[in-house]
Design a protein around this ligand. Sequence first.
Ligand code: OAD
Ligand code: ZN
Length: 248
Amino acid sequence: MLNNDSINQAREILRKAQRIAVLTGAGISAESGVPTFRDKDGLWRKFSASELANPEAFRTNPQLVWEWYGWRRREMLKAKPNAGHFALAELDKRASEFLLITQNVDNLHRRAGSQRMVEIHGNIFRNRCTECGHIEPDESCDFDEGGTLPVCGKCGAMARVDVVWFGEQLPEKELTAGFHAAESCDVFISAGTSAVVYPAAGLPEVAKLRGATLIEVNLEPTHLTQIADFSFIGKSGEIMPILIGNVE
Ligand code: OAD
Ligand code: ZN
């Protein structure tokens, strides 16, 4: 249940804010049908994401890892942006300084119209060469039963998906932009993330320490709930439009 007084208060603070930063996670795409990582539907066959999204798994079984990414690409291509994505695209248009920092690799924010954004965990619709580092767009998803695996368009070596795997560094430029926005914003919104994976999870903490108003929107409480100025528990597709102002 939403408390009307507090949502009105948060709306007002957001309306007056000059600098806004937002962190999103898998929960913002859940209502689009994209499975999250840590909820009960976060499994594929018998594997958890952490067993597949790591360099060791790709070294030992590239076929299996590509099959998983093929399945995920298919799911993400079928999905459409939801009201939560559209509300954030609206906020982007309206705010004077704005940055959306997403942990999602599904392209849904961009498809909803967001422009000032960084993808700190990469994008599933890009390949990166394991030899020369060349990056290119790719929406192919048919790798089951021995379908050919992607190779680099430049040097022909094996390509991997251009997302950040467990144990890997995040892209530096995007991460720096994210921390800069968190340090300098008036309002920080954390939406649809369990906020357990660092360094992303450090962004709302930094914003709060630097004096920003921290607003959390999530289906369940997280450890951010204790430090948030406002915590709205529920679906982001329902709450974000109310918070951002295109729905009363
Ligand atoms: P998680 O699966 O850890 O968390 C998703 C959060 O969204 C949970 O707290 C859910 O309660 C919440 N949620 C689910 N449905 C929702 C809805 N309709 N509205 C609002 N909230 C909802 O996903 P992330 O926090 O994104 O990293 O996970 C972070 C990172 O862990 C991912 O980017 C991925 C993974 O390892 C990499 O792949 C590098
Ligand atoms: Zn190459």
